[in-house]
Design a protein around this ligand. Structure first.
Ligand code: BGC
Length: 850
């Protein structure tokens, strides 16, 4: 074993030790200003695309430019949102559409397993393949910008409604899941849109509406960098074309116009070259958001949709003509160059299909603009089948995510002639029919995904009930959540009990849960815990299958003697049935691992991660637990969880041996070497355009409430002589003088040296058991006290998964540790700091739990 003397390398069992307390910090009070918006185009990877964009944008009229920045309005086209077009240059209305797991509200599409399920596979290749499938389906349907992946929320709040759309409760798991998805999606030409930037950790009160303000996520600088920004940095490094801002405020400034987050963090520090888009109806102001770096407003409407009003559209034309928004911003806003460059960067100028579906209807011929009172009609659905062979990837993910928590007496796998009694509505179909609930807004039948915009229709569904019935004739089904009173099973029968826990997005309330799990707590829905308890009374062998959006308290039954085996099948999408029976009957050994911690009790979490609710005023959600969420907290507080993050058993056994640590890039400075200066960005004349460019074209047939860039009598608008000082209340700190490039930046995702691989670690994994199976290796780092600040005891930084190993087979897995993986964010210096020569750093490898 080649082990460097200054590194501690340990193979750890799954009990995690306690750590030091983080000092409270008070730098999360107010978001500071950061102006002006940095232009894009200075990174070499994007140079060609920007060159092409510059040629086009330099010849655009003001109307064409504004068109690309602003959506045409809610329900004013087939997609969740669409921009206006610049047809003279071949740029159509760009279609932006959900979801992170399949094409939403469409047909003949795949319903992939959810993000949390992909996370549970700990399989980078499957994450990538899922991205490819999603991208191919987006392209096939004519979706230019697919609204995913989700890497925020990050399960800070176990009850939060949308944690399941992302990959798990850890920044590196989110980062790797997100980056693999982006690379896969964009390999097809679809533009990925990583979301929601940032701090959108609960659903209730996320949005500012006429009823009141959305909550403010108050996050200190170090926590922002080391937890919540981490996956976005990797997403930018993976080349994401778009970033969606969150609904909420961060440090009391709305994300969609938070200049520090957009201009400072995303565009300067992370070197993001693509475009920044609002979440839907999250734009708060026109000039303010333009100056703060926002590039695209979706779906285009102002605070209240369907009134034909916009903060941008014709108002942006006006703000340019009167000089309030500098022409330079629009050109970059690019707000236009950024959008056009991204379109070129993904090759969408080469035969990219137009939308051939409508998310508004399944009918073939319908109004083209359903948001308008009077709309022309036409063919809106061509029912293009984009499924390809993506069911194979979907099946592999659903199967390889299944996480075995308990398997006493080797109860699993089952023999094909075992006598089974199957209980629970979660084993069966939706009793009202497949896809009978809009956006999956109900919990009826097997839970394949949560609810909300992060869903898609199921093209088909093989339920666990069908899959089990197809495999064995010796199963009796009780598709009910009430245990039958008259049952007398014979002693050798096994009960299989299906339970679930659902959550989703705030615009739908399911069984009194407004997105977040307010009423359901962290318990199974539909009295699932009682169903397990009743089965344990009647049977001596009970197997529990759980479909869940996130952590669940299992204490009502997990220690009951008859409860022999427990599987978490996460959210499997369309492949729920056979992916499960593959594992139940031993065709595959379970190889999923928990992407979050399961506690004994909800009180085991820090109090600050509970849901917040108040009738009036803005909720201040203070992230006082700082870096200590999920397993970082359990370690820190020395609380033993029921099942820790990363836990998962197998039918076989693995041994880990022969760790070889190879130093690659030496760490001989505590801060990364100086960054390169920024490259040039496109320059355009900054003269205010001819007002005639936004006059209504005489030939245009106007559609009422559709959002246009045009103005009545634009020539009456003249630039104010001193717009910058008197007429518009520019935000404090507003300036036209660019910031010096931040030292922590310099490349996509930050200073490129941060991503230098400091060490590789290779490990041999041997299947020592008697089943075939796949092993997961998780690499955690611990930082020494000499780093000078409190740090979580262990932090996941990389993972790998073997192929299927037959008994006796050996595979070598290689893991990477970068400089950034060993760094903390220095809030004074505003850069990533590590320890010289990695002295005192610990690398910890975890494998199969148990
Ligand atoms: C959601 C986004 C989604 C958008 C468009 C919003 O309500 O928060 O995740 O992409 O709607 O449907």
């Amino acid at each position: 074993m080649a082990l460097l003397p200054y590194l501690i390398l340990c193979l750890i069992p799954y009990t995690l030790a306690s750590q030091r307390r983080l000092h409270p910090r008070d730098d999360a009070a107010f978001s500071p200003p950061y102006y002006p918006a940095p232009n894009g185009g200075w990174l070499s990877d994007w140079a060609d695309a920007y060159e092409k964009a510059q040629r086009v944008v330099g010849n655009m009229t003001l109307a064409e430019k504004v068109n690309l920045t602003t959506g045409t309005g809610e329900f004013m086209g087939p997609c969740a949102g669409q921009t206006g077009s610049a047809l003279r240059f071949g740029i159509p209305n760009l279609c932006l559409h959900d979801s992170p797991l399949g094409i939403r509200n469409s047909d003949h599409n795949t319903a992939f397993p959810a993000g949390v399920t992909a996370g549970a596979t700990f399989d980078k290749d499957l994450m990538y393949q899922r991205g490819v499938g999603l991208g191919e389906e987006a392209r096939g349907k004519g979706v230019n910008v697919l609204l995913g992946p989700v890497v925020g929320p990050m399960f800070r709040k176990p009850r939060g409604g949308r944690g399941w759309e992302g990959f798990g409760a850890d920044p590196s798991l989110q980062a790797i899941g997100g980056a693999q998805t982006i690379k896969g999606m964009q390999s097809t030409g679809a533009i990925a849109c990583i979301k929601h930037f940032i701090g959108n950790e609960q659903e209730m009160h996320r949005e500012t509406t006429v009823l009141g303000p959305g909550y403010s996520s108050n996050i200190d600088d170090r926590t922002l960098h080391e937890l919540y920004l981490w996956p976005f940095a990797e997403g930018v490094r993976a080349g994401t074309g778009a970033v969606m801002m969150a609904y909420n405020d961060v440090n009391r400034s709305a994300c969609s116009q938070n200049s520090m987050l957009i201009n400072g963090v995303l565009k300067d520090e992370l070197g993001f070259q693509g475009f920044v888009v609002t979440d839907w109806l999250a734009q708060m102001g026109g000039v303010s958001s333009a100056l703060a770096g926002l590039d695209m407003a979706m779906p285009g409407d102002g605070l209240i949709p369907l009134l034909g009003d916009s903060y941008w559209g014709s108002q942006l034309s006006r703000a340019i003509l009167n000089g309030t928004v500098p022409m330079e911003r629009l050109n970059d806003m690019s707000q236009v160059t950024r959008i056009v460059a991204t379109w070129y960067q993904m090759g969408q100028d080469q035969d990219y299909p137009l939308p051939n579906f409508s998310s508004n209807t399944l009918d073939e011929i319908e109004p083209l603009y359903p948001g308008a009172l009077l709309s022309p009609t036409g063919v809106v659905n061509q029912y293009v089948n984009v499924e390809g062979d993506h069911n194979i990837t979907a099946h592999a993910i659903a199967r390889d995510a299944i996480t075995l928590l308990k398997n006493d007496d080797n109860t699993l796998p089952l023999s094909k002639n075992a006598s089974l009694y199957v209980f629970g509505t979660d084993a069966g179909p939706n009793s009202n029919g497949l896809n009978s609930c809009s956006d999956q807004g109900c919990d009826n039948g097997v839970l394949t995904m949560g609810w909300g915009s992060g869903t898609s229709r199921l093209p088909y569904l093989v339920t666990p009930q069908e899959a089990i019935a197809n495999i064995t004739p010796s199963a009796a089904f009780y598709i009910t959540d009430t245990f039958p009173s008259d049952l007398t099973p014979n002693a050798s029968s096994t009960a299989i009990v299906f339970i679930n826990a659902d959550s989703g997005e705030n615009y739908i309330t399911v069984e009194d849960n407004p997105g977040d799990r307010t009423t359901a707590d962290l318990f199974a829905w539909h009295s699932g815990d009682e169903l397990v308890q009743a089965a344990a009374q009647a049977f001596s062998s009970v197997v529990v299958i759980i479909h869940t959006v996130g952590p669940l308290i299992l204490e009502n039954w997990i220690d009951l003697d008859p409860v022999k085996a427990v599987l978490i099948a996460h959210l499997p999408g369309q492949e729920a049935g056979y992916s499960l029976t593959d594992v139940l009957y031993g065709d595959s050994s379970p190889s999923g691992h928990l992407p979050y911690t399961i506690p004994y009790n909800e009180t085991n979490y820090p109090a600050s991660v509970g849901l917040l609710d108040q009738p009036f005023g803005q909720i201040q959600d203070d992230f006082t637990e700082a870096l200590y969420i999920d397993y970082r907290h359990f370690l820190h507080a020395n609380v033993t969880p029921r099942y820790p993050f990363g836990y998962g058993l197998s039918y076989t056994g693995f041994s880990f041996s022969n760790p070889v640590l190879t130093p690659l890039t030496p760490i001989n400075t505590t801060f990364p070497p100086p960054r390169a200066p920024k490259g040039p960005t496109p320059v355009y004349p900054s003269t205010i355009p001819d007002p005639g460019e936004v006059a209504w074209p005489a030939s245009l047939t106007r559609i009422w409430r559709y959002l246009y860039p045009y103005l009545d009598d634009p020539s009456s608008i003249t630039p104010s002589s001193n717009a910058s000082t008197s007429e518009y209340p520019y935000p404090a700190g507003y300036t036209l003088t660019p910031h010096p490039p931040p030292r922590s930046g310099g490349g996509a995702g930050g200073n490129p040296s941060l991503y230098d691989v400091a060490f590789t670690l290779s490990i041999d994994i041997t299947n020592t058991g008697s089943f075939s199976g796949r092993a997961v290796v998780q690499l955690y780092v611990s930082l020494p006290e000499s780093i000078g600040v409190d740090v979580p005891g262990l932090q996941l930084r990389d993972f790998g998964k073997t192929g299927v190993l037959d008994p006796g087979d050996v595979e070598t897995v290689v893991l990477n540790v970068t400089r950034k993986d060993l760094s903390v964010w220095d809030v004074e210096v505003q850069d990533w700091r590590t320890v010289m020569a990695a002295e005192g750093v610990g690398l910890w490898v975890a494998g199969e739990g148990g």
